[in-house]
Design a protein around this ligand. Structure first.
Ligand code: HEC
Length: 225
């Protein structure tokens, strides 16, 4: 009985300690300071195990398909390189300030199975900068990215540029007629690969996007200062 009481008191003190630490402001949340070694190990081990477990149930379609890869490189170039970079291309300013950093997928993609690449791209990784692209993209729009990522580790900078040039017009991020490249899915979708069809008749989320509401003219003259 005495041991149980001591144990309960110890747990309560530990919990109070954790709560006081949370409120104290002592923990440094800045992205400019790295995690401690132990926390880093705990987070990355938890993350890898979680990805492996969830990806094991995914059925992977045939990805050795040039059309899919070409659609994938265009989408990858618009959606992913800002954070991850690409062969011969550094991440943009946004990507350079991330903590944890976005890994160079030309190296890291080889460490993941296609099912894992798909799961991460679709679901993102909580509390890191990795977004859940599945929030705005259906599975058919994500598989081309995966098909491309399986080829990415073999590409050097000239090969990446060559493949990108031959992918003109493919993928839903292909530059439009005016040559403008749209990033982060802010525009109309054009299908580029077979898997990116909408055979089931459902409309793609992008096409459903409502007309942007025009904000009423802001009239400063009526404001009282
Ligand atoms: C806003 C920044 C950002 C963008 C844009 C982004 N990512 Fe990430 N991504 C990250 C970060 C940060 C991580 C590392 C997360 C971690 O350490 O657990 C990551 C991790 C990943 C991983 C896991 C790598 C590994 O070794 O475990 C994959 C795969 C991935 N991203 C694919 C993509 C794809 C594909 C796209 C584009 C569709 C994309 N990412 C766009 C920030 C980004």
């Amino acid at each position: 009985m005495k041991t149980l009481t001591t144990l309960i008191i110890a747990v309560v003190i530990a919990l109070l300690g954790i709560v006081s630490y949370a409120y104290s402001g002592l923990y440094d949340v800045s992205a400019s300071s790295p995690h401690s070694g132990v926390l880093d190990w705990l987070l990355s081990t938890t993350s890898h195990a979680s990805i492996e477990r969830r990806a094991s149930e995914i059925e992977v379609p045939e990805l050795d398909n040039d059309d899919l890869v070409l659609a994938g490189i265009n989408d990858f170039n618009s959606m992913c390189t800002g954070c991850h970079g690409a062969p011969g291309k550094d991440p943009e300013a946004m990507g350079q300030g991330l903590n944890p950093p976005a890994p160079d997928l030309a190296e890291e993609a080889a460490e993941l199975t296609p099912a894992e690449l798909f799961w991460v791209t679709k679901n993102g990784i909580r509390m890191t900068g990795m977004p859940a692209w599945g929030a705005t993209h259906d599975d058919e729009s994500i598989w081309p990215l995966v098909a491309f990522m399986t080829r990415l580790p073999g590409l050097d900078a000239p090969a990446y540029q060559e493949l990108l040039a031959s992918a003109e017009g493919k993928g839903h991020h292909a530059p439009d007629a005016a040559g403008e490249q749209h990033s982060y899915c802010d525009d109309e979708v054009s299908t580029g690969a077979e898997l990116h069809g909408h055979e089931d008749g459902t409309e793609h989320v992008h096409e459903e996007a409502a007309e942007p509401e025009v904000a009423p003219e802001h009239d400063h003259s009526t404001h009282e200062h």
